[in-house]
Write a protein that binds this ligand. Structure first.
Ligand code: 5GP
Ligand code: MN
Length: 334
């Protein structure tokens, strides 16, 4: 972060402020961990802070400290709009373009507050007065740790803040496996554990807390998987009907996409998930090595993300979407 920006933010935060912190729509562990970590830090520093999420977060993150205070824009639009309009500072975390907040983008575009972006995705928009955007980081949570450190406030990081930050680093790094996980990441993790983070319990809460029906849904996704052998690619699908038949709840499909990369010699995978309510197919892409799925998602599926993990959407049928995907893959040199 630029030294002038740090100094300006220090000045801004020197007196109590009304602050809103926003994660992206469909918030994941990093989005919730980073916003709640920053929330606890700001409250500790006498600010009036509120996390407003565009839509609800999955149940497997509900144990995060402070999640009960999170306001959901989609559910309480009027009160959220009022809080947003009164805010002096707005932090946007783990995304870099207003459209990643869904319907909320129209409200955000009208606000006069000072925006501060902390994010690790590619190609940030320029809506923020202060932008801390670095694609080399594995998670926004790691950047929130740095941000608090830049402000000379590292001693404020207590077990609660550490727990939130730990969660996002863990989930966004694929449990410390993805590129972007550095020695520094592990040094931060070590400090967080020294602060009391329950590092053996958190993975259980996040990953070993499945309902039986979710495991069966995973089984269906694995059975639906197709391999495009000559193209080192796999993909799978889940229709709305399949989701319904396994009593799908938000969060149940989280992580399923990664199984497609666990097959020998596969370097590119995708999962296509039908959402009848929104009339779209939501897509997740993952790659191993040099193939840039962020670019692929941007070019063909109205999405984006990182070079090895990205997402997008399609507004045509499952069959048409999958056909388009197969046609594109057959033209790739993987
Ligand atoms: P996931 O597949 O886990 O939903 O998302 C993987 C990464 O891609 C995350 O960093 C997420 O923020 C980003 N991403 C997912 N869907 C979209 C999308 O529709 N648009 C953009 N720009 N990024 C997305
Ligand atoms: Mn992230």
């Amino acid at each position: 972060m630029k030294i002038q920006d740090i100094q300006a933010i220090q000045l801004l935060l020197a007196t109590p402020k009304k602050i809103v912190i926003i994660p992206h729509r469909g918030p994941d562990g990093d989005a919730m961990g980073s916003t709640l970590g920053l929330y606890h830090f700001l409250i500790k520093n006498n600010h009036q802070a509120t996390v407003i999420a565009p839509n609800d977060f999955p149940n497997f993150l509900a144990w995060l400290p402070g999640s009960e205070t999170v306001k959901i824009f989609e559910k309480e639009t009027e009160i959220c709009t009022q809080i947003l309009e009164e805010a002096e500072i707005i932090f946007t975390l783990d995304f870099n373009a207003f459209h990643r907040t869904g319907e909320m983008e129209h409200t955000l575009a009208k606000l006069k507050a000072t925006f501060i972006m902390i994010d690790h995705h590619q190609k940030p928009d320029d809506y923020a007065t202060y932008t801390y955007s670095e694609t080399s980081y594995g998670s926004t949570c790691e950047m929130v740790y740095n941000f608090i450190t830049f402000l000379n406030k590292k001693e404020d990081i207590d077990k609660t803040i550490a727990t939130c930050i730990y969660t996002g680093i863990l989930t966004d790094s694929g449990s410390f496996r993805f590129p972007g996980t550095t020695g520094n990441t592990h040094r931060i993790i070590a400090e967080l554990i020294d602060l009391g983070v329950e590092n053996t319990q958190i993975p259980v809460l996040l990953f070993d807390n499945s309902s039986f029906s979710r495991l069966q849904l995973l089984g269906r996704a694995l059975q639906n998987m197709k391999i495009l052998e000559n193209h080192k690619t796999s993909y799978t699908t889940l229709t709305q009907e399949e989701l319904d038949s396994f009593n799908y709840v938000k969060g149940d499909t989280e992580g399923i996409v990664n199984y497609g990369l666990s097959i020998k010699d596969i370097v590119f995978t995708a999962i296509f998930i039908e959402n009848k309510d929104e009339g779209i197919i939501k897509i997740s892409f993952r790659s191993q090595g040099g193939f840039d799925v962020n670019q692929f998602a941007r070019d063909h599926f109205n999405g984006g993300g990182h070079s090895n993990a990205a997402g997008g959407r399609s507004e045509v049928s499952m069959q048409e979407t999958v056909n388009k995907f197969e046609d594109l893959v057959k033209k790739l040199k993987l």
